[in-house]
Design a protein around this ligand. Structure first.
Ligand code: FE2
Length: 330
């Protein structure tokens, strides 16, 4: 397995790159905008194909690299369903699986630092975002943070993982890079409390200054997506136009969402399911077959389907459309 930890010294952010091996699919957690060239360089050197990027929550101290990586690699952008970020092309909820080639992560909803904070469990390690830090915990005084929620996320979820589980946080300010659940249970000063009230008392009296970047980073990180206008420019159509067009035999209606999403919300009638990460392979294989067809893509929010337009155009498909706003907008 390939597992790399990057550090951004300006925001003290850790970013993680995961893949099952050279030449395979890769996933990145909590990328920092200014470091995207570094990630791309390593992806190229190791011959990895970035297919998914995750932010554990809306960050207040740096601009996320999600949009930049999406633009450069056409990857899927993932956050929890509570995240108010329009860049997210695939939302996950508690206990949902996120898969890339040979690797599965489980999303754990761990609110408290913010109300959209998730941790991601991968076998012997957990990416804890700002919920559990090494010998610390993320502040709970802005972005709908709540110390009582965080207490539950810590004591009822994360600390119940096996003690040997490695903890990889989104930040460290003291030069630590990894810890374990067992070590944090014993030595993390914030966790030596006997009740949620006691924990909240500590968190409510931290009196921390706001992060320097907060007023810039939070609004920007919420608005890194393709807005409706951009989606329209990329051959976006309305649902009624989609319905009209799809009455023709020459139309192939393609749902590019993943099976886990289709379970939550079924596909439109008469469509085929080609998960976005398999789309290039599909278009390459079926190029002759699809040559004279009209392709209509749709997804959850219109991000992946807009990217599908760009991808299909690179394969010289001329008649391509996608549903503005995706199924969640209907
Ligand atoms: Fe944070």
């Amino acid at each position: 397995m390939i597992f790399r930890q990057f550090f951004d010294s300006i925001s003290s952010t850790y970013t993680y790159l995961i893949s099952s091996g050279y030449g395979r699919e890769a996933l990145i957690i909590d990328p920092v905008l200014e470091k995207t060239d570094q990630y791309i360089k390593l992806l190229n050197e190791l011959d990895l194909r970035l297919v998914k990027v995750i932010d554990t929550h809306i960050h207040a101290d740096h601009i996320s690299g999600l949009a930049e990586l999406r633009d450069k690699t056409k990857c899927i952008t993932i956050m929890g369903e509570q995240a108010p970020a329009d860049v997210v092309s695939m939302h996950v909820k508690d206990n949902e699986k996120i898969s890339i080639e040979n690797i599965n992560l489980t999303a754990l909803y761990t609110p408290g630092h913010t109300n959209d904070s998730y941790s991601f469990l991968m076998n012997d390690r957990v990416f804890t975002g700002d919920t559990l830090l090494i010998k610390g915990t993320g502040r709970t005084d802005f972005q709908n943070g709540n110390p009582y929620d965080q207490y539950d996320s810590l004591f009822d979820r994360l600390l119940k993982l096996p003690e040997k589980t490695f903890i990889y946080p989104a930040h460290d300010y003291k030069g630590e890079s990894v810890s374990t659940i067992g070590e944090e249970k014993k030595f993390n000063p914030r966790l030596q409390v006997s009740s949620a009230q006691e924990y909240a008392l500590i968190m409510n009296n931290l009196n921390l200054a706001n992060p320097k970047m907060m007023d810039i980073a939070v609004p920007e990180n919420k608005n890194l997506g393709f807005n409706k206008e951009k989606q329209k420019q990329l051959n976006g159509i309305t649902y009624s136009r989609l319905k009209n067009l799809s009455e023709s035999d020459e139309v192939v209606l393609i749902d590019v969402r993943e099976p886990t999403e289709i379970e939550k919300k079924p596909s439109l009638l008469n469509s085929i399911n080609i998960p976005y990460s398999s789309l290039q392979e599909y278009l390459r294989k079926e190029k002759k077959e699809l040559k004279n067809k009209t392709l209509i893509f749709y997804c959850a929010v219109g991000e992946r389907s807009a990217l599908a337009i760009q991808i299909s155009q690179s394969y010289n498909f001329k008649q391509t459309y996608h549903l503005i706003g995706g199924l969640n907008n209907l």
